[in-house]
Ligand binder design. Structure first.
Ligand SMILES: [Zn+2]
Length: 233
């Protein structure tokens, strides 16, 4: 994940790699390690037991011997993994943003790009993964940069389609910060296309959604797209 911020020019050498026209824009990249966001692993005991029992049945139906050594703990592991991968249902993305809203009269583009994204398609329950790029132009309020990444996580950790995921991230930021505009682009590989179906291994699905100035001003939108058009998948 890289974080780009307007008008805080700290390290021009790093910047140039991502934004060759930087003199015009003044962006910098903050160390993503400083942004560390909490991962939550909590499992409901009853839910885990019920899921494990069902996964054990599924393994049997698929022709596996559920009693062989390697599979003994598999139903429980899968039960926990699935709860982890769908933990976003229990989280409120707007609350995450509201918990870290600060008044600031900064009106340049804020971009958080290359946010790693792991989700599951709701049609096949197979993973899709890639990167999200999110930008907004503040209108009196900003949020903690790591909160943007957490919003991506909250909506990713549910059964999803990439189109809805894109729109939900955009709506969440628009509804909470009420910025002058929001831009979201997601690029992802879909395992349901790569492992099965048409078996297209190298296809990338790109979705985008914009509000406000990103919709109305082609120049602003182009600036955003130019900045994220680096290090594509
Ligand atoms: Zn699918």
């Amino acid at each position: 994940m890289q974080i780009l911020l307007g008008n805080i020019l700290k390290n021009p050498n790093i910047l140039c790699k991502f934004a060759p026209n930087l003199e015009l824009m003044n962006y910098t990249i903050l160390d993503p390690d400083e942004q560390g966001f909490a991962k939550i692993e909590k499992f409901n005991k009853e839910k885990t037991e019920r899921l494990a029992s069902l996964y054990s049945e599924i393994l049997g139906i698929l022709g596996e011997d559920v009693n062989r050594e390697g599979l003994l703990k598999t139903p429980e592991r899968v039960a926990k993994a699935m709860q982890f991968l769908t933990q976003g249902y229990d989280m409120d993305a707007e609350e995450i943003i509201r918990s870290a809203m600060f008044r600031e009269d900064y009106r340049q583009m804020v971009i958080v790009k290359d946010i790693e994204l792991y989700s599951m398609c709701e049609h096949h329950m197979l993973p899709f993964y890639g990167k999200a790029h999110v930008a907004y132009i503040p209108n009196h309020y900003i949020t903690g940069l790591s909160k943007i990444a957490r919003v991506v996580d909250v909506f990713s950790r549910r059964l999803q389609v990439q189109e809805r995921l894109t729109t939900q991230i955009k709506d969440c930021i628009q509804n909470t910060l009420d910025p002058l505009g929001v831009a979201v682009v997601i690029e992802a590989h879909h395992m349901c296309m790569q492992m099965r179906g048409v078996q297209k291994q190298n296809s990338i699905t790109t979705t985008s959604d914009f509000t406000g100035v990103f919709l109305k001003q082609a120049k602003t939108r182009q600036e955003f797209l130019a900045l994220i058009d680096r290090n594509r998948l």
